[in-house]
Design a protein around this ligand. Structure first.
Ligand code: GTP
Ligand code: MG
Length: 316
């Protein structure tokens, strides 16, 4: 009886021979992990095989990677150990149980000027601090859908905590997405960048603005919802696979009925509510003060804290 081949590299996947493996490598799929998080359709198209066969290869890669983790208990320990990124405010860190967590999605929602983008900048800087010093010693993939990324502001924040501004900018990979498709593809193809550059934080600012704009323009509620759902799942998938943190922003609109037909739900609706591990509601207070509240978190107590947006960045 033929013994099942142990899967140690992409060549060992079902239906993948040396030539196919080479095609995979050239497209950036060099590890089993990368194949494990690929989409069947993308892989099918790339290799000229059926989606079913692509799915078989992906499933095998998933299984093989899981088994590897179990065998290497040290690797497992490290991968499963949740990392935290400091927000710059001790009060907010405490509220979050130490900071913004890896392996999950943190959503900040609130009106304009509530500080969602500023917090995204601060996390992009702080993630570069060493582990134990408020960071994860990693870089950031920053997906900017609103053209509000400001390198000058990043430099200010970096200087304020004693990091070299140039190094910090070099470790932030900015993608300016102008369509839903660009936003989705950036996330779907992020595996290679994450692995090569040691990305520990993905920021999507904002998660919903393009979806909202295109929905109004094109119609097709179900399709939009489905796409947003898949997009958010892929983000969660990356967070799990690479033990990284995902921070997304989301604006509150006056008439959410425009999006999903239910006037009581915020932008993105149930999809984000269910997918986000932690939801932060941010609102403006006097001058540079902002109030941050944790909303229906399964593992954190409800509560709110006041932060400040100072010239140095987010502080108590
Ligand atoms: P929208 O994207 O419009 O929904 O808003 P947002 O929630 O992303 O707001 P954002 O994070 O851009 O916060 C804007 C606020 O941060 C401004 O009102 C300023 O008070 C503050 N801010 C922005 N840039 C700076 C800066 O360079 N220095 C200081 N001290 N404060 C800034
Ligand atoms: Mg913003």
């Amino acid at each position: 009886m033929a013994k099942e081949k142990e899967i140690k590299s992409i060549e060992d996947l079902p239906g993948v021979g040396p030539a196919t493996a080479e095609k995979l490598r050239q497209a950036g799929y060099t590890t089993l992990e990368q194949v494990a998080v690929a989409s069947p359709f993308e892989l099918a198209e790339l290799l000229g095989i059926s989606a079913d066969n692509a799915k078989k290869a992906i499933d095998a890669a998933k299984q093989a990677t899981t088994i590897n983790y179990l065998e290497a208990s040290k690797v497992l320990e490290r991968r499963l150990s949740i990392g935290k990124i400091s927000t710059g405010s001790k009060g907010l860190d405490e509220l979050l149980g130490g900071g913004v967590e890896t392996n999950g999605i943190t959503e900040a929602y609130g009106k304009f000027s509530s500080g969602k983008t500023q917090l995204g900048f601060q996390l992009s800087v702080n993630v570069q601090l060493p582990v134990g010093k408020g960071g994860l010693g990693g870089g950031t993939l920053f997906i900017d859908t609103e053209s509000t990324f400001r390198p000058e502001r990043i430099q200010e924040m970096a200087k304020a905590i004693g990091l070299d501004p140039k190094t910090v900018l070099d470790n932030i990979y900015v993608v300016r997405a102008t369509t839903v498709e660009q936003q989705i593809l950036t996330v779907e193809r992020a595996d290679k960048l994450i692995a090569e550059k040691g990305i520990k934080l993905i920021v999507v600012d904002s998660l919903t603005s393009l979806f909202r704009a295109e929905f109004i323009g094109r119609g097709g509620l179900a399709e939009r919802q489905q796409k947003l759902n898949a997009h958010v799942h892929k983000l969660q998938n990356l967070a799990d696979t690479f033990n990284l943190a995902v921070y997304v922003t989301n604006q509150v609109i006056d008439n959410p009925a425009i999006l999903f037909g239910d006037p009581t739900i915020p932008v993105g609706g149930n999809i984000i509510a269910h997918a986000a591990t932690t939801r932060l509601y941010m609102r403006k207070s006097k001058e540079d003060k902002r109030i941050v509240r944790i909303v229906d978190s399964p593992n954190l107590p409800e509560g709110e804290v006041v932060i400040k947006i100072t010239p140095e960045g987010i502080r108590d």
